[in-house]
Design a protein around this ligand. Structure first.
Ligand code: ATP
Ligand code: MG
Ligand code: FE
Length: 345
């Protein structure tokens, strides 16, 4: 089964060809980072326009690199939410056109289901039940999966997402955008215990997260140093901030794993690329007798391979969307909404 995956939910235009859920023939990613860098974040209107320019060339390049033609495709899988509505619409329209013209199934994929599925692409043998910590630019979710395609949200962030906190702190420190990889790198030279920063564990028993207090503490630290004209050791600050984020993520993940009796924990989303998060999850897993798995580094951030993989499993269940599929910017995990507004009521 050959699936074309398309991803345009944020600032990456991506297309991938995946055979039988594991054989990745191509995964082309046109990143708009350079375009949005000068604004310090993603500008939605600019993103839509860039997707429009890139989507067809990226799809053609994915086919070309895979040595495939349109006639080889068995299905088209596309991200239809959550994300920026104008950005999502570009991918959805392209996927609908292809599915219609080729008369093959159209599969609507939740972007977060895609992030999670990056794990299945390299480890199709993983057995349920599973627990997944999804940490990305827009989400920090603890998700329990009793079986494939079933998602129960155990906890989520109440304010900033983990990746968002990395990006905002990096911006305040003058490091650049996106901030996660830059803080990760700088942290290697810093002492994670040098600066005392708060950890928000919230009420007893809660699996929710909160990172805005930590972010404010870093901003206050920078302001105070600025007023006193003191040098800030950026490596120490980066390492201390990263440690504070990672400690809470790891702690809550293991409380959740214990609570639902899960032995295998998956990590997913852009922040899953974080070196310290991976290391400390592995350490903790060894102590707890659990297993932790990660997607390959290049499949942590947005890409179409993960969307094609999620699409493959939906194909096996004949979970098809139909040509009325519309973008759903606020789509929740496990709550597919295939019907476009034109069909409601
Ligand atoms: P969402 O998936 O929630 O819709 P998104 O698609 O914008 O949001 P991703 O592409 O999954 O987010 O991840 C991007 C985020 O990951 C950014 O916030 C970025 O800073 C962060 N990130 C990437 N690499 C690292 C790293 N090594 N350490 C920490 N954060 C990282
Ligand atoms: Mg991105
Ligand atoms: Fe993402």
């Amino acid at each position: 089964i050959t699936v074309l995956g398309i991803e345009t939910s944020c600032d990456e235009t991506s297309a991938a060809i995946l055979v039988d859920g594991v054989d990745l023939r191509s995964n082309i990613i046109a990143s708009q980072i350079d375009t949005h860098k000068k604004f310090g974040g993603v500008v939605p209107e600019v993103a839509s326009r860039k997707h429009l320019e890139n989507v067809n060339p990226v799809i053609l390049e994915a086919l070309d690199k895979a040595g495939a033609t349109l006639a080889d495709l068995d299905a088209v899988a596309v991200t239809y939410g959550p994300g920026l509505v104008g950005a999502l619409l570009v991918g959805v329209a392209a996927a609908k056109a292809l599915a219609y013209a080729l008369d093959i199934p159209l599969i609507g994929v939740n972007h977060l289901e895609g992030h999670i599925s990056a794990n299945f692409l390299v480890r199709p043998e993983l057995e349920f039940p599973l627990l997944c910590l999804v940490v990305s630019g827009g989400h920090t979710d603890l998700v329990y999966m009793p079986h494939r395609g079933s998602y129960q949200l155990l906890g989520r962030t109440r304010d900033d997402a983990a990746g968002e906190a990395f990006d905002k702190v990096a911006r305040a420190m003058g490091l650049g955008y996106p901030g996660g990889p830059l803080i990760d790198k700088l942290s290697k030279e810093g002492d994670p215990n040098a600066i005392k920063l708060p950890r928000a564990f919230l009420e007893e028993g809660s699996l929710d997260f909160s990172f805005s207090g930590l972010k404010s503490a870093v901003l206050n630290y920078l302001n105070r140093a600025g007023q006193r004209k003191e040098e800030v050791n950026k490596a120490d600050l980066a390492a201390s901030f990263q440690r504070a984020v990672v400690e809470v993520l790891v702690e809550k993940t293991f409380i959740a794993a214990q609570g639902c009796g899960v032995k295998t924990i998956m990590l997913a989303g852009g922040v899953a690329a974080n070196r310290s998060l991976r290391e400390r999850l592995l350490l903790r897993a060894a102590e707890a007798g659990c297993r932790v798995v990660f997607p390959p580094l290049d499949l942590c951030t947005d890409n179409a391979a993960m969307i094609a993989c999620a699409g493959y499993y939906k194909y096996l269940r004949s979970d098809f969307a139909g040509l009325t599929l519309n973008a759903v910017p606020g789509l929740a995990l496990g709550q597919d909404q295939y019907e476009g507004p034109e069909n409601q009521g």
